[in-house]
Design a protein around this ligand. Structure first.
Ligand code: B12
Ligand code: SF4
Length: 470
C-alpha cells in the first residue's frame, strides 16, 4: 500500500524523442520530500517517469495496485501538458477516490493553473519540505483541501535530512555518477528570463559541517564526484571557505563542480575551492554586451567583474563552462556578435581556462519579464501555457515552445549565430587536442565529447540541444 505517490511526468507520453532534453539528474526536490515523508511514517513512492518509461494507464495501474490515496505530480513547464493529461486520466478513472495535487517548478510560476484545470484537486507552491507532511496528512484524514497552497520555505537547512536519491524509482541514479548536492537555496537577483526568484524564498545556507556530512555519506556509497546545483553556490564567501576547510581537514578525496556567479568569488574563495577539489564552475554570462547584460537582463554583472573572477579561476587552474543566451529584449545582431566574441576576449587576456561554452536561444517562461515582453510585442498570447496544454503548439516542448525574438531579428538568423558560436569554439584543433588529453583517463566522457563534437560539426550544436520533437 502507498498512501502518497509522486510522479514526475515526461514532456510527452506519446513522442518519446521529445523527452531527450529533460533527463532528470536525480530529482533532488522529490528526493528530499521522499525522505521527509518516510521519516514521518507516511508510505510514499516517487517515480521519475521522465522518459515515459510507463504510459498513463500503467501509472494509473500502479495507483490501483498500491491503493494510492494521493497522487502528487511534479512538473517543470515543459512537463505541464503531460501533468494535465495524467491528472485528467486519474480523475476519470478514480474520481474522488484519488486526490490529485500538483507541485514542482511550473506551479511556482503559474499558481493559477490549479484553478484553470479542475483535474488538480489542489496544488503546492514553493519548497515543500516543512509543509508536505501536514499537507498530505490533512488530505489523508479526509479534509477537503482545494486550490493552491503556499508552502513556507525551510529556514534551517541543517534540520533537513539528506535527500533519498536511490529511492526515486526509474531515475537512473547511481552513486557512482556525479551526485547533486545543494549548499544554499535562493537567489537575491531578478534576471528577466529566470524563474528562480519565484521558486525559492530569501537566500539560506547550510553549515559546512552539514554539507560535509552529506558528502561523506555519499562517499560511503562510492561517490567520487559531486555537482552543486545551487543558483549561486558561493554566494556566502565565508561559508564557502569554511566548507572547503572542513573538506580539507577531513581529507575528503572528492572532485566537485558548482553553478555560481562569477562575481561571488575572491582570491580566498577560489584558493579554498581549488585546494578542496573543485574542478569546474558553471557561470552564466548570458551576454557579451554589458548593456544587454545589465539593462535588458538585469543581471547586475559588469565586464570588469567577469574578467576579475575569470583571472582568479585561471590563476588557480579551475576550469569554467560559460553560458550565453541569444534572444534578449533590444538585442541586435552586433550584440549577438559581442556574445560570440566574448570567450576570445577572455582568451586574448590570457584567461584560457574556458572548458565549454553553451549558447542557448531564450525560452520565455511564464511569470518572467521575458514572457511579458513577448506578450506585449504580440509574439504570442498571454494564454500560451493553455495552448501548449491543449496540444495546439505540437507534441513536445523543445521544437514548439516559442523563443524570444528581438525586434529586427529572425529565428533563422538566431539559430545561425548559435551554430556559428559553437562551431567556432569547439572545432578549433587546439581545443580538440586539449579536451582529448583532459578526458583521456575517462573513456565515458571522451566518447561523449566525440559524439558532441560530431554533432557540432554536422548540426552546429551539441547532442543535448538538438530538437528531436515531432
Ligand atoms: C540544478 C538545475 C538544473 C540541473 C539539474 C536539473 C534536474 N533535473 O534536477 C541541470 C543543469 C541539469 C538543469 C537542466 C535544465 N534546466 Co534547470 N535548473 C536547475 C536549478 C538551478 C535548481 C534545481 C534545484 O536543484 N532545485 C532545488 C529543489 C529542492 O527544488 P525543486 O526541485 O523545485 O523541488 C521543490 C519544490 O518544487 C517542491 N516540489 C517538487 N516536486 C513536487 C511534487 C509535489 C507533489 C509537491 C507537493 C511539491 C513538489 O518541493 C521540492 C522541495 O523543496 C533550477 C532553478 C531553481 N532555483 O529551481 C533550474 C530550472 C529548474 N531549470 C530550468 C530549465 C529550463 C532547465 C533546462 C530545460 C535548460 C535547458 N535549456 O536545457 C534543462 C532541463 C531540465 C531537466 N529536467 O533535465 C528552469 C525551469 C523553468 C520552467 N518554468 O520550467 C529553471 C527554473 C531555471 C530557470 N530558467 O528559471 N537544471
Ligand atoms: S539567472 Fe542566476 S543570478 Fe539571475 S535570478 Fe536566476 S539564479 Fe539568480
Amino acid at each position: 500500500m502507498t498512501d502518497f505517490l509522486i510522479v514526475q511526468p515526461p514532456v510527452s507520453f506519446t513522442n518519446k524523442a521529445a523527452n531527450y532534453n529533460y533527463e532528470s539528474v536525480g530529482g533532488i526536490g522529490m528526493a528530499y520530500l521522499l525522505e521527509i515523508l518516510r521519516r514521518a511514517g507516511i508510505s510514499c513512492r516517487v517515480i521519475s517517469n521522465h522518459k515515459a518509461q510507463l504510459s498513463i494507464d500503467e501509472l494509473l495501474d500502479v495507483c490501483e495496485r498500491d491503493k494510492v490515496k494521493v497522487l502528487g505530480i511534479s512538473a517543470f513547464t515543459a512537463q505541464i501538458r503531460s501533468a494535465v493529461l495524467l491528472a485528467e486520466a486519474a480523475k476519470k478513472r478514480f474520481g474522488d477516490k484519488l486526490h490529485v495535487t500538483l507541485g514542482g517548478v511550473h506551479i511556482g510560476v503559474d499558481p493559477e493553473i490549479v484553478r484553470r484545470y479542475p483535474c488538480f484537486d489542489s496544488g503546492a507552491v514553493g519548497e515543500c519540505e516543512d509543509f508536505i507532511v501536514e499537507f498530505v496528512s490533512r488530505i489523508l484524514a479526509g479534509e477537503n483541501i482545494t486550490g493552491a497552497h503556499y508552502a513556507k520555505s525551510p529556514q534551517d537547512l541543517d534540520a533537513l535530512p539528506f535527500p533519498d536519491y536511490e529511492g526515486v524509482e526509474n531515475s537512473g541514479f547511481s552513486y557512482r555518477d556525479t551526485v547533486e548536492i545543494l549548499a544554499t537555496r535562493g537567489c537575491p537577483h531578478r534576471c528577466g528570463y529566470c524563474c528562480s526568484p519565484f521558486l525559492k524564498e530569501k537566500v539560506r545556507g547550510r553549515s559546512p559541517e552539514n554539507i560535509v556530512a552529506e558528502m561523506k555519506e555519499r562517499m560511503r556509497h562510492g561517490t567520487r564526484e559531486m555537482f552543486f546545483t545551487d543558483d549561486a553556490a558561493t554566494i556566502n564567501k565565508k561559508r564557502t571557505i569554511a566548507m572547503c576547510e572542513e573538506m580539507i581537514r577531513q581529507r575528503l578525496k572528492l572532485k566537485f563542480h558548482m553553478i555560481t556567479r562569477v562575481d561571488y568569488l575572491n582570491e580566498e574563495v577560489v584558493r579554498a575551492l581549488k585546494m578542496a577539489g573543485c574542478r569546474s564552475l558553471m557561470l552564466g554570462i548570458e551576454s557579451g554586451n554589458e548593456r544587454i547584460r545589465n539593462e535588458s537582463i538585469g543581471k547586475k554583472l559588469k565586464d570588469d567583474s567577469i574578467f576579475t573572477g575569470m583571472a582568479l579561476l585561471r590563476k588557480h587552474n579551475i576550469h569554467t563552462d560559460l553560458f550565453f543566451m541569444i534572444g534578449h529584449p533590444g538585442e541586435t545582431e552586433d550584440d549577438i556578435r559581442d556574445s560570440i566574441e566574448f570567450p576570445y576576449r577572455l582568451e586574448k587576456a590570457g584567461l584560457t581556462n574556458i572548458q565549454q561554452t553553451g549558447y542557448h536561444l531564450s525560452w520565455p517562461f511564464p511569470g518572467t519579464e521575458y514572457f511579458q515582453w513577448c506578450v506585449s510585442k504580440g509574439q504570442f498570447s498571454a494564454s500560451l501555457v493553455d495552448e501548449y496544454i491543449a496540444g495546439k503548439l505540437g507534441d513536445g516542448f523543445t521544437s514548439h515552445w516559442p523563443y524570444l525574438i528581438p525586434e529586427g531579428l529572425t529565428l533563422e538568423k538566431m539559430l545561425r549565430y548559435r551554430d556559428e558560436a559553437h562551431r567556432r569554439f569547439y572545432l578549433r584543433p587546439r581545443y580538440v587536442a586539449r579536451r582529448f588529453f583532459y578526458h583521456l583517463s575517462d573513456p565515458k566522457k571522451l566518447i561523449g565529447d566525440v559524439k558532441n563534437g560530431l554533432s557540432v560539426l554536422r548540426r552546429g550544436t551539441s547532442m543535448r540541444e538538438v530538437n528531436y520533437d515531432a
